[in-house]
Design a protein around this ligand. Structure first.
Ligand code: AMP
Ligand code: GLY
Length: 429
């Protein structure tokens, strides 16, 4: 089976790495891809993830049977709907929801109202539009700090503001409503702050059934001890010690089942991944957010722990035939440490030469995120998050030790990383 994977980050590299081990894969095409992914397939660097017409041509030309969409933007922009209308593509299998399903991530207001309709535990909230600043402030005043403000639409991971101070929250609110993120923030969700510890749950669904992939935790802040600004993710681990059988039973009954059943009852045929960002509040799961895709850098750890045929899982999801698929999960621990360019998430240099030790194996990999080749083929930095060191171990300590050893063998000017990935969980164990 020929497969097209859309995306160019560490998440997509990890997906490609995992797919490459499947006997069901014939040829893999990746648009636009990155230098690390070219080990597994043909990268098409000139085709962007929202170049729908070029993607449709590619699918016809290369007889692609299965499309796997990595990032959220093409899904929210309706790539699945677009391709289904295209001549000759009616049998194309797609992992990723249509635009209505992608609203779970594309609109915070939609996802909050959805959770409320189906009794899925989440923080109390209200949504306000441009004209209702005064009402929004009145609502803010009924809440206790910290105050949580969320731009309704996609804001490249920057749309959530958490503030301890009412006056600052009011200022932020005014800026959001006057269009800091353009259309994405013409509506703002204000919600209660949830106290607890987070984890990321990935649901693979064919629209009827589901499998819950290995649970992961990511580390979003730039600084050790979870300090400083948010980033696209500085590391991840899987499994997560507190996501034990009792907790996961609650997740399945209170979150996963009503989410899948809710989508069905709204007439949304959701075939793809649902990422539920959960807060564990005293042993009970609350949904902080949904995403319509896998997480990054969680996927890098999660892929290391999937032992069953991943391409078969993708094909069954997209064809609505999850049936009796046996998801086999490794009992080992996985960890991912992200190597970033100094200065990230602010300004940073690009074009720094990279050297690194080895090509990936089945239990240890350097996944590329922000790399490029110069005209002579040398590997260079090209983004804030450059590479991830991702490894398995018999214990979390061992997985982390292997990651840091691998990370230390990578060299580029300005390399920065967090040395405390997973330490919070080790303290709980
Ligand atoms: P999101 O983009 O919705 O994942 O939000 C980014 C981060 O803000 C989350 O991962 C949480 O750490 C935090 N956050 C969002 N909503 C809440 C909430 N209601 N209570 C506490 N923390 C939150
Ligand atoms: N790791 C969080 C995300 O992918 O949104």
């Amino acid at each position: 089976m020929n497969i097209l994977l859309l995306g160019s980050g560490g998440r997509e590299h990890a997906l490609a790495w995992r797919m490459a081990r499947s006997p069901h894969l014939s040829q893999l095409f990746i648009a636009p891809g990155n230098p690390g992914m070219s080990l597994y397939g043909t990268c098409l660097p000139r085709i962007g993830v929202t170049d729908f017409a070029a993607i449709a041509d590619l699918i016809r030309r290369e007889q692609i049977k299965l499309l796997v969409v990595g990032p959220e933007v093409p899904l929210v922009e309706g790539i699945a709907d677009y391709l289904r209308e295209e001549a000759g593509l009616k049998d194309l299998l797609i992992v990723g929801p249509d635009a209505r399903g992608a609203q779970l991530e594309g609109s915070k207001d939609f996802s909050k109202a959805f959770m409320q309709r189906y009794g899925i535990p989440t923080a109390g909230y209200k949504t306000f539009g441009r004209q209702s600043y005064d009402e929004a402030v009145d609502y803010l005043k009924t809440l206790r700090p910290p105050y949580v403000l969320k731009a309704d639409g996609l804001a490249a991971g920057k749309g959530v503001i958490i503030s301890e101070d009412l006056e600052e929250a009011q200022r932020e609110l005014r800026e959001l409503l006057t269009g800091r993120f353009g259309e994405a923030s013409t509506r703002v969700v204000i919600e209660e702050y949830l106290h607890g510890i987070e984890c990321s749950v990935f649901i693979a669904t064919d629209g009827h059934g589901w499998r819950i992939l290995p649970v992961a935790k990511d580390y979003k802040r730039i600084g050790e001890g979870d300090t400083g600004p948010n980033t696209g993710g500085m590391g991840s681990v899987s499994p997560v010690i507190f996501a034990d059988e009792t907790f996961m039973k609650k997740v399945e009954e209170r979150v996963v089942r009503p989410t899948i059943e809710g989508l069905r009852s709204e007439g949304i045929d959701y075939r793809g991944f649902i990422f539920a960002g959960l807060m564990n509040v005293g042993g009970d799961p609350y949904v902080i957010e949904y995403n319509c895709r896998m997480g990054d850098p969680e996927t890098e750890s999660v892929m290391l722990r999937i032992d069953s045929d991943f391409v078969e899982l993708l094909e069954r999801m997209a064809s609505g035939e999850l049936g009796d698929y046996q998801l086999e999960e490794s009992t080992k621990y996985a960890a991912t440490v992200v190597l970033v360019s100094e200065g990230y998430p602010g300004t940073y240099a690009k074009g720094k030469p990279i050297s690194y030790p080895h090509e990936p194996t089945f239990d240890s990999a350097l996944f590329h995120a922000g790399t490029a080749r110069d005209t002579s083929g040398h590997l260079m930095t090209s983004g804030g998050r450059v590479l991830t060191a991702s490894c398995l171990g018999s214990t979390l300590e061992e997985a982390l030790e292997r990651c840091y050893k691998l990370a230390d063998q990578v060299h580029f000017e300005g390399k920065a990383l967090r040395r405390d990935i997973g330490q919070d969980l080790l303290k709980l164990s």
